[in-house]
Design a protein around this ligand. Structure first.
Ligand code: SF4
Length: 214
């Protein structure tokens, strides 16, 4: 048992804190799911597919959600029955099949996104600089999770071939996005950008080095 004289390791306490936040986020997801008639896994699949014109293969959906392929397959089948997702040929590979969100799926997502969640309210309560620090800390954690193959590469600026960190001397907007050719600040760093294109490993490493050196 933890006491002031015998604290557990800080890593353990951070994990405990993250678990509390994750618990609230799960409750938020169930509340959102209720308004759409979906379960949280089905809702998460629609969120993952939103903004992905070509859709995703079942194995990629499973990897991104951290669920087994059979679980992903069952949820996708339920979404197809409701008309919220549909299978289509994957690009030029006629043998490959992707799952994509439909117009009805987009409408269901929109219907479920009304109102601020409890987790969002806790972020709102932070000062601007605290939000920015938290965002950068989370990017660092997600990057480590990618490096150890705990999750697939996410569509973050940190892994994007268009990202030029600290390319400008303007402290408010030091970064540059070569996709839209515009400067942006730390608090605008993306976690899931639809225009993201994964950089090659050597470029990713160099970009990360420049980002963390500041
Ligand atoms: S395209 Fe998106 S992910 Fe890539 S640098 Fe620009 S904003 Fe970031």
């Amino acid at each position: 048992m933890e006491t002031p004289n015998n604290p557990t390791a800080v890593q353990h306490r951070i994990r405990e804190a993250l678990a509390r936040v994750a618990m609230v986020m799960r409750a938020d997801e169930w509340n959102r799911a209720k308004t759409t008639g979906l379960n949280p896994t089905q809702l998460a699949i629609l969120e993952l597919l939103e903004g992905r014109r070509d859709g995703l293969a079942v194995k990629d959906i499973a990897a991104n959600l951290g669920v087994s392929q059979p679980t992903a397959t069952d949820s996708i089948a339920a979404l197809e029955r409701k008309g919220l997702a549909a299978k289509r040929n994957a690009g030029t590979d006629r043998r490959g099949v992707n799952v994509a969100i439909t117009q009805e799926g987009l409408a269901a997502l929109k219907a479920g996104s009304d109102g601020e969640s409890a987790a969002e309210r806790s972020v709102d309560a932070l000062a601007d600089h605290e939000q920015e620090d938290l965002l950068v800390t989370l990017v660092k954690m997600i990057r480590t999770l990618q490096e150890i193959d705990a999750i697939p590469i996410q569509r973050m600026c940190a892994t994007c071939r268009y990202f030029a960190p600290f390319a400008h001397s303007d402290a408010a907007r030091p970064h540059h996005c070569n996709f839209v050719d515009a400067a942006f600040g730390q608090r605008d760093i993306r976690i899931d950008c639809r225009d993201h294109e994964t950089a090659d490993p050597a470029s990713r490493a160099a970009t990360w080095d420049a980002f963390t050196r500041g």
